[in-house]
Design a protein around this ligand. Structure first.
Ligand code: UDX
Length: 440
C-alpha cells in the first residue's frame, strides 16, 4: 500500500516526536512551525528538548530525505494528512488558550481551499470537549474535500517514541464513519500489528483525554494524601501500602508512587482546564479541585520537613538534586523544583542545584541567584541539607559515603523514595510517606 504523505503543524514535544517517528517508519513527512530558530536547528538535526533517541532518529530520517521542515503552510498541499499538534497552554486563570489552534485552522482554510483531492486534518492538540464541533468545524465547513477527526495523544515524555509505536489504544473522534476510516487507513500503514481502535464522536474523544489525565492525577494525589498520613505514623511506609493496594487488579500498581506532586506539561494544565471547563456546570468539579489542591500542597510537606530539620535560615546551604519534573527529560514545566527554589530564596537560603539534563534550562529561571553544579559531589559540598526532587537513576545509585564525605550536616529529604532508608540510619533522613522510627 502506498504510504500517505504527512504534515505536522506545531513542532513542540508531541509534534516533533510524531513527525520523526513517521519519517522513521518511511512516511514522507513535513514539519511546519512558525519558530524560525527552531526550524534552523531542526534542519541541522538539533532538537530543542531532550527525549531519548529523538535526535538519533531525526538525523537518520534527514539522511534518508524522509523529513523536512518549513514555516510555509503551502507545503500542506503536498501531503494527504495534516496532524495539528500546536500547544493549547493555560491562560492565567487556568483555561486553555486556543489562539494557536484557531490561527492554524484559518491558515489551513486558506491553503486547502485550493486542494482538489481529499485531505484529512487530525486534531491531536488537547482541547476541551466541543472545541472541534463548535470552533474548528464551522471554520472549515465550506471545504468539500476536507475531513476533520480528533485523535488524542497519550504519550509520556521520556518514553514518547515507544508510546507512539505501542499505544494502549487509539481513540478516533469523528462526525461520520467515513472520516474515522480515513485515519484508520493511515494507522494500518503505520502499524504491523494494529492496536485497538475506539471510534467515538468528536466531543467524547476530546473528553477521553481529560478523563485520562485527570484520573492519573487523581491516583497521584490519592497516594500523596495517604503518604502524608503515613508520615505521622511510626514505622508506616506508603511504599508498602502502594505495593499492597496495587496488587488489587481493580486498583493497579501504576501511578501510585508518592512524591513531591505531579508536574509536566499535561497533568497540571489539563486538570486546571477541566476545572475551568466544568465551572459552568455548577458543583460538578469539587472532586477535580481537591485533586489539584492536594498537588499544590505537596510542596508544603517538603517545607515542613526542612523546617523540622532546622535548615530554613539564611546561614544554611540547601542542595537540590533533580530539577526536571521527572527523570529522562530536561523539561521544567510545572516542576516542583522551581517552586521550592523560589521559596528557599525568599528565606535567604543559599541554594545549590544539580540535574543531569535540566541544569541549563534552570539557569533561565534563576540566573546568578543560585549555584549550578555539574557534579553531584560539588552540589552536596558544604550543604546543610540535601533534597532529592527527581528520581534520576544516577541518584538511586548514590552511596552513603558521597553524602557523608561532602555534606556539612547529614540531613536528607528523599521526596521520590529512591534511597534505601535502612542504609541511612546514622543520618537525619526523612522521606515522603515514611513514618518516623520506633522512638519518635
Ligand atoms: C502525562 C500522561 O502520562 C500522558 O499520557 C499524557 O499524554 C501527557 O501527560 P507526562 O507529563 O510525560 O505524561 O508524565 P507522567 O509520566 O504522566 O508524569 C507526570 C507527573 O506525575 C510527573 O511529575 C511524575 O513525576 C508524577 N508521578 C507520576 C508521580 O508523582 N507518581 C507516579 O506514580 C507517577
Amino acid at each position: 500500500m502506498k504510504k500517505s504523505k504527512i504534515s505536522v503543524i506545531g513542532l513542540g514535544f508531541v509534534g516533533l516526536t510524531l513527525a520523526v517517528i513517521n519519517a522513521k517508519e518511511g512516511f514522507d513527512t513535513i514539519g511546519i512551525d512558525s519558530d524560525k530558530g527552531k526550524l534552523k536547528n531542526l534542519r541541522r538535526g538539533k532538537t530543542d528538548f531532550y527525549e531519548p533517541n529523538l535526535s538519533k532518529y531525526l538525523k537518520e530520517s534527514m539522511k534518508g530525505d524522509k523529513i523536512s521542515f518549513t514555516e510555509d503552510f503551502n507545503n500542506v498541499l503536498k501531503t494527504d494528512i495534516t496532524f495539528i499538534t500546536v500547544g493549547t497552554p493555560s491562560t492565567k486563570d487556568g483555561r486553555i488558550d486556543l489562539t494557536s489552534l484557531k490561527k492554524v485552522i484559518s491558515e489551513l482554510y486558506n491553503v486547502l481551499k485550493n486542494k482538489s483531492t481529499n485531505h484529512l486534518i487530525v486534531i491531536k492538540s488537547t482541547v476541551v470537549p466541543t472545541t472541534t464541533s463548535q470552533i474548528v468545524l464551522p471554520k472549515l465547513k465550506n471545504l468539500k474535500n476536507v475531513s476533520v477527526v480528533v485523535n488524542p495523544e497519550f504519550l509520556r515524555e521520556g518514553n514518547a517514541l515507544k508510546d507512539l509505536v505501542k499505544p494502549h489504544l487509539i481513540v478516533i473522534g469523528c462526525d461520520n464513519n467515513k472520516d474515522c476510516k480515513a485515519l484508520e487507513r493511515y494507522y494500518k500503514q503505520f502499524y504491523k500489528t494494529m492496536p485497538e481502535i475506539l471510534k467515538t464522536d468528536n466531543s467524547t474523544a476530546e473528553m477521553i483525554k481529560y478523563a485520562n489525565n485527570a484520573f492519573l492525577a487523581t491516583k497521584i494525589s490519592f497516594i500523596n494524601s495517604i503518604a502524608n498520613v503515613c508520615q505521622k505514623l511510626p514505622l508506616v511506609d506508603v511504599n508498602t501500602i502502594a505495593y499492597a493496594i496495587g496488587k488489587d487488579s481493580r486498583i493497579g500498581s501504576q501511578f501510585l508512587q508518592a512524591g513531591p506532586g505531579f508536574g509536566g506539561s499535561c497533568l497540571p494544565k489539563d486538570l486546571s482546564a477541566l476545572i475551568k471547563f466544568t465551572d459552568k456546570f455548577h458543583d460538578l468539579n469539587s472532586f477535580f479541585k481537591a485533586v489539584e489542591n492536594v498537588n499544590q500542597l505537596q510542596l508544603i510537606q517538603i517545607i515542613k520537613m526542612l523546617k523540622s530539620m532546622k535548615v530554613l535560615d539564611s546561614k544554611k546551604v540547601i542542595a537540590v538534586l533533580g530539577l526536571a519534573f521527572k527523570k529522562n527529560t530536561d523539561d521544567l514545566r510545572e516542576a516542583v523544583s522551581i517552586k521550592l527554589v523560589k521559596n528557599l530564596l525568599k528565606k535567604g537560603i543559599q541554594v545549590k542545584v544539580h540535574d543531569p539534563m535540566a541544569l541549563d534550562n534552570f539557569k533561565n529561571f534563576f540566573n546568578k541567584k543560585i549555584s549550578y553544579c555539574k557534579k553531584i559531589e560539588d552540589c552536596l559540598k558544604g550543604a546543610n541539607c540535601c533534597v532529592i526532587l527527581t528520581e534520576w537513576d544516577d541518584y538511586k545509585k548514590l552511596k552513603t559515603n558521597v553524602f557523608r564525605n561532602n555534606m556539612k550536616e547529614l540531613n536528607i529529604i528523599d521526596t521520590r523514595r529512591i534511597l534505601d532508608p535502612t542504609k541511612f540510619n546514622e543520618f537525619n533522613f526523612k522521606a515522603i510517606g515514611l513514618g518516623p522510627g520506633k522512638d519518635c
